[in-house]
Each structure stands twice: as structure tokens, then as C-alpha cells.
Design a binder for this molecule. Structure first.
Ligand code: ATP
Ligand code: MG
Length: 459
């Protein structure tokens, strides 16, 4: 039916060796596709208008167009143009070029940042380099609009919206696929996964988020190609993992990743966590509550998520250490360091996030201490809110008595007098001294984690 609306008007140049880059675009006119220009952010509209006034092509592209058509909440707006990064930068006073592999221009429009990229040609040209597995390492070549559409991953991601004429250019039947609820790969799925194995994860995430079925041709090779994820840099996997966890459909994503055999490469022990009932329960509770938060428009912090995902491992090792006679608090710190180091090898948990994760974990035993000045210190802690929410998850998982959470819920909202009345009696001096000694050991064992490093971009 959608074809009724479509008029074929544009023909663009052929890419050497690529069949898909020489296509014609279907043009879907204003009023036929359901996107109104008022739904486009002011910033991205102004960027397109300015570039077009100077004779360039400029479109809103990718996730924003797709999500608008699908009636989903929007994350951000990307603009694609035939202007070079330098030409873009010269036209916007508040802008800067970022990225080493492929230069992107960030244009600051009030509080909005519009990401503007020059059309790229994808897997053809002199600037394309691949590793032994066919993974693209560099594809810096600029291209035509048709080539830019062809190098995108899925048909629904290759839609170009012009906020001036309000038309959509659709090179790969993305609008029809979206209506038919199909996630279809542009080009040969095997080749495209080899070029960039992260596309397998993107397939699962986008299908879950948009309620689409992965086209069988794109789905079939995933299981056998899943091991290619091992060659993907850790920083890139971490970025994608975060997107999965915060897309609002993380429960479904995790189930689908498992079904496709894709979860092994993400966190080395995610497999173990999910097959161990206690671990799975905790992870699923976390993700369900994160999904609810994200869908109601609230944010979710990466440190909270990773703290929850890895908690089961920390807890199991911590219990073992205590059973072997180690004092609880130093044993907890030792275990935290070990778990983060192990995960950090594959997943580039940055130093800042690792620090926050440790604080969330380390506050857990401190919730038990409800005497003297200690609860006031916990309340003042910058990570109190996250650690308190984390305690809530542990209660839901049946790990901690609800009474403890109730106490902290009341304590944080109470006035000074009520708080003082809520405190439990002080412990004896001897036990206090022992705890103080344990805390000192803790400070000595705080180990540094992986350094912060920027994530790699998309090929
Ligand atoms: P979301 O923002 O929800 O993650 P998105 O599709 O906008 O979804 P981005 O990572 O923001 O994802 O990428 C923007 C666009 O760039 C995509 O819509 C797609 O056209 C293209 N793209 C992103 N990653 C890849 C990739 N790995 N291979 C090919 N094209 C990609
Ligand atoms: Mg996006």
C-alpha cells in the first residue's frame, strides 16, 4: 500500500562494485509518511536549512526518522550531508570536529548537540581497510547519498528526512519494512556481519526495541557468526552493551541474545550468571526495573546496571571468602577488585564507572550499621541513592529483609529528632575497634581499574 504513495524520482551514481549503491530512491511526500516537521528538533532543522541554503544536501537520518515513523520516543537527531567536516565546521560558530577514524562534527544549537556526518561510501574505495576476518578497520571515504544509504546496516536505518520539503528518501524500502515489522539487512547479511560483527547485536536490540522480526536471511547466519564478536574492541562492546541495557527492552534483548547465542562475548561470565538461578533472578529483576524506568522517561546509570549485573559473582565469591575465615569487609573489597578486573579484560568498564560500581557495592554492608553516626555518613555519600535502589533490588530478590529497606526509607525522610530515635544501640568498644581496623585494610586494598578510554565509532 505504501508503494501507492511512492514516486520514483531520484537516480544517483553507482558505487564501484556495489549493487545496492546505484539504486533509485523512493520519495515519500509530505503528508504521506506521518512525520511532521514540528517533531524534528529545532537544532537539526536549522542545521539542515543552513547547509541547504549554501547549496549542500542535508537530511535528518537514521534512528530519529525510524523512531518517528514507528511512534517511538526519540533519543537524538543525526544529520547527513555532502558537505565535508571542514565545510560544516565553517558554517557553525559553535561546532567542533570529533573522532579520529571518521570525522563527525558536533554542532551546538542551544542545549542541543546535533551530530553531523558527511556521506560515506562504505565498503569500497582506497581508504577501506579490513582485518583478517573481514572486519572493517577504517572506511574514511566520502561518498554520494546513495552510497551513504547503502553502507548503513538495516533498511529502516537508511531513511533520509528533509525538514525543508518534508519528504523522505527511501533507498531500500525501509518504510515498507517498518510497516511490515521486518528488520532487513541492506546487502548480504554475512558480508555485513563480517565487516562489523556488532551489527548482530544491533539486529537483536533494534528488533526488540521496535517490535520487529529479524528477516530470516539476516537472522540465520547469526548463530554461526557469533564468535566474530571476540575480535571487536572492548570499548565498542561496552558501548553497545550499554545501549542494550538502556533501550527500555533489555529483558527481551537478553532473552533474544541468549536465543541467538550472542551473549557469550558480552560479559565473560554473563553465561554463568544467567544459568545460575540466583544470578539470573537478580539480573532479570534489575533489567525489568531498568526497562520500567527507561520507558517512563527516567534515566538509568551505567554504574548501577553493571553493579547489578556483576553482583551475583561478587556475592558468591564474598561468601566463599568469609566461609574461609576472612573478615567480611576486606573480603568484599578483594572480591570486588577481582570481579571487575576479570570483566574489564573484555568489557572496557572505565575507571570512573568501576569506581562508582565499587562504591555501590561497598555501601551494601554499611546499610546494616544503624548505630551512632554511621547512618548519617551513608546518607551523605554521593552514591547513596544508587546504593539504596540497589538494596531495594536485593530485597526483591529475597537476599535481604524488607525491614532494612523500610528503615532506610523512613530514615532518609525523617526529621532530626525522629532519626535520632531510630538509631540502634551502639556496639561495644571492642567490636567497634575491630571494625575500624577492618576499614583501614579496605582503604589499603582499593585497587585501580581499567583506565578511561574513548569508545571506537561505527565503521
Ligand atoms: P539508536 O540511536 O537507538 O542506538 P541508531 O540506529 O540511531 O539507533 P546509532 O548508533 O545512533 O544507532 O547510528 C545512527 C545510524 O548510523 C544508524 O541508524 C545507521 O544508519 C548507522 N549505523 C550505526 N551503526 C552502524 C553499523 N554498525 N553499521 C552500519 N550502519 C550503522
Ligand atoms: Mg541514534
Amino acid at each position: 500500500m505504501i508503494r501507492k504513495f511512492i514516486k520514483r524520482v531520484l537516480t544517483l551514481g553507482k558505487r564501484p562494485g556495489g549493487e545496492t549503491a546505484g539504486r533509485e530512491a523512493a520519495v515519500i511526500s509530505a503528508g504521506s509518511h506521518g512525520i511532521h516537521h514540528a517533531q524534528i528538533s529545532d537544532g537539526s532543522r536549522k542545521v539542515c536549512e543552513t547547509l541547504q541554503k549554501d547549496g549542500f544536501q542535508a537530511y535528518v537520518v537514521g534512528g530519529a526518522v525510524r523512531d518517528l515513523l514507528a511512534g517511538m520516543p526519540l533519543k537524538d537527531f543525526d544529520v547527513a550531508t555532502d558537505a565535508t567536516p571542514e565545510e560544516i565546521r565553517r558554517r557553525f560558530r559553535r561546532s567542533r570536529v570529533i573522532g579520529r577514524r571518521f570525522q563527525i562534527v558536533h554542532v551546538y544549537m542551544g542545549r542541543e548537540i546535533v551530530e553531523v556526518t558527511t556521506f560515506r561510501s562504505g565498503a569500497a574505495g582506497e581508504d577501506v581497510h579490513a582485518d583478517a576476518h573481514g572486519r572493517l578497520l577504517r572506511d574514511n571515504a566520502f561518498g554520494t547519498l546513495a552510497e551513504d544509504a547503502a553502507r548503513r546496516d538495516f533498511t529502516v536505518n537508511a531513511l533520509y528526512y528533509d525538514p525543508v520539503t518534508e519528504r523522505i528518501l527511501d533507498y531500500h524500502h525501509g518504510v515498507a519494512d517498518l510497516r511490515q515489522k521486518t528488520l532487513r539487512m541492506i546487502g548480504d547479511p554475512r558480508t555485513r556481519y563480517r565487516e562489523d560483527p556488532v551489527r548482530m547485536l544491533r539486529a537483536v536490540r533494534l528488533a526488540a526495541k521496535l517490535g520487529l522480526a529479524i528477516d530470516p536471511a539476516a537472522r540465520r547466519p547469526i548463530r554461526e557468526m557469533a564468535s566474530l564478536l571476540e575480535n571487536v574492541p572492548a570499548a565498542r562492546l561496552f558501548d553497545e552493551m550499554l545501549k542494550i541495557l538502556t533501550c527500555g527492552h533489555a529483558v527481551r534483548c537478553l532473552q533474544d541474545l541468549r536465543a541467538e547465542g550472542l551473549h557469550h562475548g558480552m560479559l565473560p561470565l554473563l553465561d554463568d550468571i544467567l544459568t545460575e538461578p540466583r544470578g539470573e533472578k537478580f539480573v532479570m529483576l534489575t533489567l525489568a526495573s531498568t526497562d520500567a524506568r527507561v520507558r517512563s522517561g527516567k534515566s538509568s546509570s551505567p554504574s548501577f546496571l553493571f553493579a547489578a549485573l556483576l553482583w551475583h559473582q561478587v556475592r558468591a565469591a564474598w561468601e566463599r571468602a568469609q566461609a574461609a575465615g576472612e573478615p567480611p569487609i576486606p573480603a568484599l573489597y578483594q572480591t570486588m577488585g577481582e570481579v571487575l578486573d576479570l570483566q574489564g579484560e573484555k568489557l572496557a568498564v572505565t575507571r570512573r564507572i568501576a569506581g562508582d560500581i565499587k562504591e555501590i557495592w561497598a555501601l551494601q554492608p554499611r546499610f546494616q550499621q544503624r548505630a551512632g553516626r554511621r547512618p548519617y555518613g551513608v546518607l551523605e555519600h554521593p552514591r547513596f541513592r544508587a546504593a539504596y535502589d540497589f538494596l531495594g533490588l536485593r530485597v526483591e530478590a529475597g537476599e535481604v529483609e524488607a525491614e532494612l529497606l523500610d528503615w532506610w526509607t523512613r530514615f532518609q525522610d525523617a526529621d532530626g529528632e525522629t532519626r535520632a530515635a531510630m538509631l540502634l544501640p551502639e556496639q561495644s568498644g571492642k567490636r567497634r575497634r575491630r571494625r575500624k581496623a577492618a576499614r583501614k585494610t579496605v582503604n589499603d586494598t582499593l585497587a585501580p581499574c581499567m583506565p578511561d578510554k574513548p569508545a571506537g565509532g561505527n565503521p
